[in-house]
Design a protein around this ligand. Structure first.
Ligand code: MG
Length: 680
């Protein structure tokens, strides 16, 4: 809010000095439809539009030719980001990690050497600030990577100071039910949802006998006992009715049938993850062939005690691996389906700020504040406490924000920016404004996506305004971080059937709506890509048309480059999507009503009265004395709109837009997927 007030004061002075920053010439009367001639107003260079550019460090720009994007590459491409009118960059995680994407952080206090040194990072921050571009770091506070020294220490012994940084249990179901694990204590009204648990890597190895009791009419059981002599591999390779023990690095051994539905096998057991029972030795997992523990229940066996096996004929995801007796389990939320991550333990939210993990992660944030960053993007914040809709996560986030902000304020004298990822519908997102100033508005894109694909624009503004009213009820100075797709979603253009016209329309809607828009790198070039086959396909290298192109993965669809060309080719094309993004970025920074204005419903084109214009989305953007009319045709077909609003001052048009005027009566003809903005 403070920043907005300062911007507004700056703007007021500018307006006073120049009269108006948006004063295009008036279009003459025409009795026939003529193409609207747009007159983009002069920009005074002030960044008003709060546009953030989201980039993935590894795939963006490679300065040293090792195939991986790096800090110097970003620094060298700052003028490109500047050309979009961006006033901030969200960087994907910059810390060391085992994965390419960086969400399994191994040390929050240093840079991944693959991306560059701390000096390189500081240089990036410094050069960005020279252009009035802020730097936001992706900060992963829900979990660390299992290679983080905290986790390694925590699992090295039972009496270790780092033990409290994570959540351990030998019997998760029992401990959760008993309220011994505060972060998982309040799951819904149903009580228990324990998430996913993994062994710590201290799974005991040795010679074990496994006994299956597969009696008909009741659930099968497995019993483990210690000692004995390992069996030779079962020479009977028939698969009919066979049972297999699956463990270790893909070991799959057939049980010996002992009659009466009893099967036995003794092996020299070694496995970091535990074991499963299978009824197929196929290399895939046909449904109904995988037997373990039910997801969220205890997967821990006790010696010589039968354990009831669980299977699911609908989904193998509901089955978790079994732990050998004596194994030690750590917790990770089931959402991510990986054992690379371990959830950090902040204890009860009432005392979270005193937990060692909280203190440590806030302490590491100081390093980045000292390096000059301007904010954080917080990953997966609805998963920190294991109940998305409880008060716990917003309360925790407020504590985290306040702790980091007090450090930031001490250095910079202003409030830090922090945006949270709550990957949910807007009504689930809204309560998180009690904890953070900014949140991503995923519904904004999901709604727009559906509207464009249905060719129905009439309710878009109405629904968007309603969501903002809800956001405002939780925080008066809320920041709605609007967006199209991001690194976890199919590319916007692919969701829109690959259509370039629709992709341009989506970008035009994003940059002409209320909120603080994020542009996911590549959107401004019309990138395609879906997550089918791997997330890398929505994280495609930037095609610069020069030596900076990255090659971090071989999961690259050549169709993307074929469809979009390069930055160089699109810069030379006045009708390219890149040109449109640059025009709109500039316009958003020029016109206060676009930059910080409020959306208002159009009196005619709205769900109550505008039935004949069902394909059109229309609204006003208003800030101070400035009022703009925004129109988008979400339909495939041309439409003619009669308006009592003046169309004398067109500021922007995408696609063919024509107008005619007889006295004070205006008509606007918009081809399918076109957009127009007028100053009133
Ligand atoms: Mg490199």
């Amino acid at each position: 809010m403070r920043r907005k007030i300062i911007l507004f004061l700056t703007l007021a002075v500018t307006l006073f000095a120049t009269g108006s920053s948006c004063n295009p010439p008036v279009n003459p009367d025409t009795k026939e439809f003529k193409d609207v001639m747009t007159f983009p107003p002069q920009w005074d260079g002030t960044k008003r539009g709060d546009i953030t550019y989201q980039l993935l460090v590894y795939s963006f720009a490679d300065s040293d030719g090792d195939g991986w994007g790096d800090f110097r590459g970003i620094t060298d491409k700052l003028d490109y980001i500047q050309s979009l009118g961006a006033s901030a960059i969200w960087l994907s995680p910059i810390h060391p990690s085992a994965s390419y994407h960086g969400y399994d952080v191994e040390d929050y206090s240093i840079t991944n050497p693959r991306f560059g040194t701390m000096a390189d990072f500081r240089q990036l921050v410094s050069e960005a600030h020279k252009r009035n571009i802020r730097i936001y770091l992706d900060y992963v506070i829900n979990h660390s990577g299992v290679n983080h020294p905290w986790f390694k220490a925590a699992t090295s012994s039972m009496d270790n100071p780092y033990r409290d940084y994570y959540i351990f249990s030998d019997d998760p179901q029992k401990d959760i039910t008993a309220g011994k694990i505060p972060m998982i204590g309040t799951e819904g009204s149903g009580g228990y949802d324990g998430g996913q648990w993994f062994p710590t890597g201290t799974m005991p190895s040795g010679i074990y006998k496994f006994i299956l009791n597969w009696g008909s009419g009741k659930a099968p059981t497995v019993t483990v006992s210690g000692g004995g002599t390992p069996d030779v591999d079962n020479p009977d390779q028939s698969t009919e009715g066979a049972k297999y023990l699956y463990y270790g690095d893909g070991v799959c051994k057939k049980f010996y049938s002992k009659g009466n539905d009893v099967y036995e096998l003794t092996v020299d057991f070694s496995s970091s993850w535990g074991f499963l029972v299978r009824t197929s030795n196929s290399t895939s997992w046909p449904l109904g062939t995988k037997y373990g523990a039910q997801q969220g229940s205890s997967a821990q066996l006790t010696f010589d005690v039968p354990f009831t096996l669980y299977t699911d004929y609908n989904s193998n995801d509901n089955i978790q691996d079994l732990a050998i007796p004596g194994a030690n389990m750590y917790y990770f939320h089931s959402h991510f389906w990986t054992d690379w991550f371990a959830d950090l333990n902040y204890g009860s939210v009432s005392t979270a700020e005193n937990s060692p993990a909280f203190k440590a992660i806030v302490e590491d944030a100081q390093i980045w504040i000292d390096a000059g960053i301007d904010g954080f993007r917080l990953d997966a914040v609805k998963h920190i406490y294991h109940n998305e809709t409880s008060e716990e996560n917003p309360q925790f986030l407020k504590k985290f924000y306040d702790a980091v902000n007090s450090r930031f304020r001490a250095k910079n004298g202003r409030d830090i920016y922090m945006v949270g990822e709550v990957f949910s519908d807007w009504d689930r997102v809204a309560p998180y404004y009690k904890g953070l100033p900014a949140l991503f508005d995923f519904s904004f894109w999901w709604r727009m996506n559906a509207d464009i694909n249905q060719g129905m624009g009439l309710s878009f503004a109405d629904a968007t305004i309603s969501t903002h009213e809800t956001f405002r009820s939780y925080r008066s100075d809320y920041i709605a971080a609007t967006k199209l797709s991001n690194h976890d979603e199919n590319r916007a253009r692919s969701e829109l059937g690959g259509s370039l016209s629709k992709a341009k329309l989506a970008g035009a809607i994003l940059l002409s709506s209320q909120g603080s828009p994020y542009i996911y790198y590549g959107e401004e070039l019309g990138y395609t890509g879906t997550k089918t086959g791997g997330d890398e396909y929505v994280r495609t290298p930037m095609y610069w048309g020069d030596r900076y192109v990255t090659s971090y993965t071989d999961k690259i669809d050549p169709a993307v480059e074929a469809a979009v060309g390069s930055v160089v080719s699109q810069e030379a094309d006045a009708s390219s999507i890149l040109t449109m993004y640059r025009q709109l970025g500039r316009l958003r920074n020029t016109c206060p009503a676009l930059a910080t204005g409020k959306m208002e419903r159009h009196p005619v084109i709205n769900p109550q009265t505008g039935g004949i214009y069902s394909q059109v989305a229309a609204w006003y953007m208003i800030e101070g004395n400035q009022k703009l009319l925004v129109l988008h045709n979400l339909g495939q077909s041309e439409i003619i709109i009669s308006l009592s609003d003046s169309l004398d001052k067109p500021l922007f048009a995408n696609g063919r837009v024509q107008s005619k005027k007889e006295k004070e009566h205006f008509q606007l003809k918009m081809e399918g997927y076109s957009s127009a903005i007028f100053e009133l």
